[in-house]
Design a protein around this ligand. Structure first.
Ligand SMILES: [Zn+2]
Length: 300
């Protein structure tokens, strides 16, 4: 299934500049979702209401300069720095709970209106909210991979190793949690941290099992997502600035095929030109409203 007449009408509105008018956008999004066959593409903006900050300001500026995989693997000092900060941030990151936005996506999926949920988030909150068919485009921070032998470990196991290796290390830093789930620490604290080694091969080349800055999403995963998008009636972008190509390419593919692309997000997106309708509003309340607008299908 590809774009419908509804999509063309929406695009005409887009051409006349009505696309960002909140009431028009709300109506366009509700009618697209009510038609079913929706693929969701979610980003950091969906999880901010769960206490996990996003990467960019509303103007699209990057808040932090994330460590690249190449930097992490280059030196033991870089790994010490990464894991010390991550160790302090982890309890707070792991304690994050799904918000009403995640729950609304699950409701729409259970009602048969939403199919695949492609997420750029590494927090697992869609799954915790009960969503199925979730593609974690950038992996999940709850896993750790050894770059020497390929063995994967649950994060909680590595965290337990860190605890044993670092008795008395202060995890209560009151610095803010950062988008990558870590916390800024001073050099002295970082130097005191002892990193864990791979239980399978003894290497210290442990990396979070996520697509770090400068890495590519595995090709088969990308193909699965293209397929989901191509078989959709519409693509619904939630809380993403589409600044990175890993998500933006799906918007481009949908737009090229005439599949309407709707967005609920805050501020600038790289895909503004491709969007059929965009609602610039808080995610949680907007999604709760959307569920009501399509007839509260779960309670129908
Ligand atoms: Zn290993």
């Amino acid at each position: 299934m590809t774009g419908s007449g509804g999509g063309e009408r929406l695009r005409e509105r887009c051409d006349t500049g009505e696309v960002t008018d909140p009431s028009v956008a709300r109506e366009a999004i509700a009618s697209a979702v009510a038609a079913g066959g929706v693929t969701v593409l979610s980003g950091a903006g969906l999880s901010t209401e769960s206490g996990i900050p996003d990467y960019r300001t509303a103007a699209g500026e990057r808040r932090i300069q994330p460590m690249t995989a190449a930097e992490l693997l280059a030196t033991p000092q870089a790994r010490q720095r990464y894991w010390a900060r991550s160790y302090v941030g982890w309890p707070r990151f792991a304690a994050a709970r799904p918000n009403v936005g995640h729950e609304a996506v699950t409701q729409l999926q259970r009602a048969g209106l939403v199919g695949t949920v492609i997420t750029q988030n590494v927090d697992g909150l869609h799954q915790r909210a009960g969503a199925r068919d979730v593609v974690e485009l950038h992996g999940n921070l709850d896993r750790v991979v050894c770059m020497a032998c390929g063995q994967r470990f649950p994060r909680e196991l590595i965290d337990a190793c860190f605890e044993v290796l670092n008795p008395g290390f202060d995890r209560s830093a009151d610095a803010a949690l950062r988008p990558d789930g870590d916390v800024a620490l001073d050099d002295e604290e970082v130097r005191a941290f002892k990193v864990a080694h791979c239980a399978a091969c003894g290497s210290d080349l442990l990396k979070p099992d996520v697509v770090m800055f400068g890495e590519s999403v595995p090709r088969p995963l990308v193909q699965d997502c293209f397929e989901a998008v191509e078989n959709s009636r519409s693509l619904l972008v939630l809380g993403s600035s589409l600044a990175v190509m890993s998500g933006y390419r799906f918007v481009r593919r949908a737009a090229a095929l005439g599949i309407p692309v709707l967005a609920i997000t805050h501020g600038w997106t790289r895909g503004d030109a491709e969007l059929t309708a965009k609602l610039d509003a808080p995610l949680g309340p907007s999604l709760v409203e959307l569920v009501k607008a399509v007839g509260d299908p779960i309670n129908a």
